[in-house]
Structures are given as structure tokens and as C-alpha cells.
Design a binder for this molecule. Structure first.
Ligand code: MN
Ligand code: MN
Length: 416
């Protein structure tokens, strides 16, 4: 279709009801695909051919990039990354892989880690300069923690649960499910590395034995078998019952004021529509999580996470299940659409408009993670339905009667 005929469809459609059917039929090429003339819709078949080297196994996963919707325009920094091609550090007891800002330049506020621990597998006692938030994707993980007052705890976090360790506070992890556990970690700093944490074994090995003797008030000989290299991940024995471990760790200190874990999957959704549902965990209900807010979103086939943005933080998103198309809008205009599969990571800068569509035939389940204490979002349809009609009518050339049909009060997941 020529740009002239597409424009006439657009203006005719806006003019009245008789053209509504034609308008719907043309919806795929709607908007402004004409200037600049980008997109396959503007080009004869010859123009879209790839005649050089290709790798369809990879490029077929990215229809949004390979043949962008005609409404896409300009460019945005790459906002797609994945754990699927991140090198795994494999050790007896599990593995870890990560995507930090060094691999994914846009990811300034969050670094992502994906880890598995076998049943009994231990992620060594350690700490780091950044806060750690995690979501358990499979199995059960036992965490040990100690807070700033010295109150300690041991908690079991099962699939769909979260943990949060404030910056600098030490902890350990152990797989205790039938098949251990798997989880994703978000550090509240894009440059944080899971392979550069302060490990308890490293400090012991690099402290003179007589200093260890003074510090721990036992003979230096007690440390003759300490590991000379760090353990990081290693196969351990299954721990005692939770209550026994808790009692031993707490001793006379009592429980910490704030729990380090939160079972997000036990929450009632804050929003449930025909299109899906949303659960939110931030410092209002998961009190310790002062620097990370998160939402778990489920979108049924054909559904869509509404057009929206977040005024207070960048969004780091992680696909747990299903297939997603994500489109991001910034001034320019620049609009880019990308495709996501399980294990992929997306990143949307603060206040950039975006939506996600479920493009598969099963539920799309994903996490939205933000470096902030409170979840916040602005819904496009809520805004335009809570603006005086005349203002919206004149701006968009959509009549007031039609605007009155728009969903109000942030649907979050469509259809309502
Ligand atoms: Mn850690
Ligand atoms: Mn979002």
C-alpha cells in the first residue's frame, strides 16, 4: 500500500463509523508507518531478502527485530539480553551465570544472576557491597542471615518466594528441595558481579594463623585444614530441620525484627482481569526490601500488559515462562520492538513507554524488578480517561463517545 492510501484510510477511519471495519482491517499498518519510510510494508519483497550468511535458529526468535512492525522507528540502546547464552560457572553442587552492565550496557540499576544449587549444594558464606534480591524459580532454598544488630535467622524459601539481603550483610544459600533449587538474583547495581563477592574462605586463607588464633580464641592448629582456595559453590550435606537450625543460629539473640524472605506466590493478586494477574512485593509488604520493588505478572494467551511507564525507576524484566513481544517508546520518536523467551532479560529505562504482548499459546509469566522502595506505574488509558474529554478529543481526533469506552483505573493486564 502506498503512503497516500494508508493516510486516507487513517483520515477516513477517524471520520466516522461506516469506515470502522476498513479501519480495523488496516490496523496492522496503522499509526505513522510512512515517515520515515521504514518497515517491510513500505518495501517490495526484493528489499526484505537476506542473501548473505544467516542463522535462522537465532534470527527466527526475533521477528520484531528481523521484520519490525511498520510503526517502529529509529533506534534505542539494546534492551534484550539472556541468561541462555551467559557462560555458566559449573562446580560440584551447582552453577551460576550472570548478565551485568558489562554485558548489557543499558542495565545501569540492576545486575542479574541465575543459579542452581543441588540438593545439599551450598553457595558459600559471603557478603557484598550491594543489596541482593532473589526470586526462586524452582525447588526450595535455605538461607542463613544476620542483621545489623546481630540477630540471625534461617529461612526456607520455596518456588515463587523472594529473599532480600541488605547491602553488606552476610548470608549463605543451600539447595534443600527434592532437586535442590534454582533462582534469579538481582543486585541493586548494574556493575555488581556474583563472581566478585567477599568469600569467608578467602579471608580465612589469607589471614596469618596466629591472627586467627587471637581472633577466635583457639589455638592456631584449629585452622590447619581450612581451604586454601575459595569454595564458592560446593556439594554439602543436607542441613538439620529448619527449627533446629534457627534455634542454633539465633541462640540468645532472638529473631531479627524483619524477615528476609517473602512468599510472593501466596499473595492474592493486586489486579486480576480476563487477561491475567499481577502480584506486587515492595517495602510496603516485604518490609526489608528497601531498595527493590517487584511485580510478578501473568498474561494469558492473546493478553497484553497495558501501555504504561514507570516514573521512579528503570525496569529489569525476566521471562519465567511463555513468549513476549516488548515494544519501547522514547522521544525522537524512537520505537523498537523485541521478542523474549524463557530465561531472557529485558530492560526499560525510567519513564520510557512500553507494553508487553503474550505472543505464545501458553501463559506468559514474567518479573518486573525496580531499584526503588515502592512499585509505581503510570497507565496510559488511566491518564487519558482522567483528563477532560475535550482535551483528549482535540489532541487525538478520537470522539468523546469512543474515549468513554476506554478502560479506566489501570487495567494493568488486558482484556479487562
Ligand atoms: Mn550474595
Ligand atoms: Mn513496565
Amino acid at each position: 500500500m502506498s503512503s497516500v492510501s494508508r493516510r486516507s484510510v487513517l483520515s477516513a477511519g477517524a471520520a466516522g463509523g461506516a469506515i470502522v471495519v476498513a479501519q480495523a482491517a488496516q490496523a496492522a499498518v496503522f499509526g505513522n508507518p510512512d515517515e520515515p519510510p521504514q518497515g517491510a510494508v513500505n518495501a517490495p519483497g526484493e528489499s526484505t531478502k537476506v542473501i548473505g550468511p544467516k542463522n535462522p535458529a537465532l534470527s527466527d526468535q526475533f521477528p520484531g527485530a528481523f521484520s519490525p512492525p511498520p510503526t517502529d522507528v529509529g533506534e534505542l540502546p539494546m534492551f534484550w539480553a539472556s541468561f541462555n547464552n551467559a557462560p555458566r560457572r559449573i562446580q560440584d553442587g551447582g552453577w551460576a551465570r550472570q548478565v551485568t552492565q558489562y554485558d548489557f550496557q543499558i542495565s545501569e540499576e540492576i545486575a542479574g544472576v541465575n543459579m542452581r544449587l543441588t540438593r545439599g549444594g551450598i553457595r558459600e558464606m559471603h557478603w557484598h557491597q550491594f543489596a541482593e534480591w532473589a526470586f526462586v524459580t524452582a525447588g526450595v532454598c535455605r538461607i542463613t542471615t544476620i542483621d545489623g544488630t546481630g540477630a540471625a535467622n534461617v529461612e526456607d524459601v520455596r518456588k515463587g518466594g523472594l529473599w532480600y539481603f541488605p547491602a553488606g550483610l552476610p548470608h549463605s544459600l543451600q539447595g534443600v528441595g527434592e532437586d535442590g533449587c534454582e533462582f534469579v538474583i538481582c543486585f541493586d547495581e548494574g556493575r555488581a558481579s556474583e563472581f566478585n563477592t567477599l568469600l569467608v574462605t578467602d579471608w580465612f586463607a589469607h589471614t596469618p594463623p596466629d591472627v586467627l588464633a587471637i581472633n577466635f580464641a583457639v589455638p592456631a592448629e584449629a585452622f590447619r585444614n581450612i581451604p586454601l582456595h575459595d569454595r564458592y559453590i560446593f556439594q554439602g550435606k543436607m542441613p538439620a530441620d529448619l527449627a533446629v537450625d534457627q534455634k542454633q543460629a539465633q541462640a540468645n539473640g532472638g529473631e531479627p525484627k524483619l524477615r528476609s524472605s517473602f512468599q510472593l506466590s501466596d499473595l492474592e493478586p493486586v489486579r486480576k482481569t480476563r487477561g491475567g494477574e499481577v502480584r506486587i512485593a515492595d517495602s510496603t509488604n516485604f518490609e526489608i526490601s528497601k531498595t527493590i520493588a517487584a511485580a510478578q505478572v501473568t498474561i494469558h494467551p492473546g493478553g497484553m500488559r497495558e501501555m504504561h511507564w514507570h516514573p521512579n525507576a528503570d525496569e529489569w524484566l525476566y521471562i519465567i515462562a511463555g513468549k513476549a513481544e516488548v515494544s519501547v517508546f522514547n522521544t525522537g520518536p524512537n520505537v523498537v520492538t523485541q521478542n523474549f523467551n524463557p530465561g531472557d532479560i529485558g530492560y526499560v529505562k525510567r519513564s520510557f513507554g512500553h507494553y508487553l504482548r503474550n505472543t505464545g499459546d501458553e501463559d506468559l509469566v514474567y518479573l518486573e524488578v525496580f531499584r526503588t522502595d515502592r512499585y509505581a506505574g503510570v497507565s496510559l488509558s488511566e491518564w487519558v480517561t482522567h483528563t477532560p474529554r475535550a482535551m483528549v478529543e482535540q489532541t487525538l481526533n478520537v470522539d468523546a463517545e469512543t474515549i468513554a469506552k476506554f478502560p479506566t483505573n489501570r487495567p494493568v493486564v488486558l482484556p479487562v
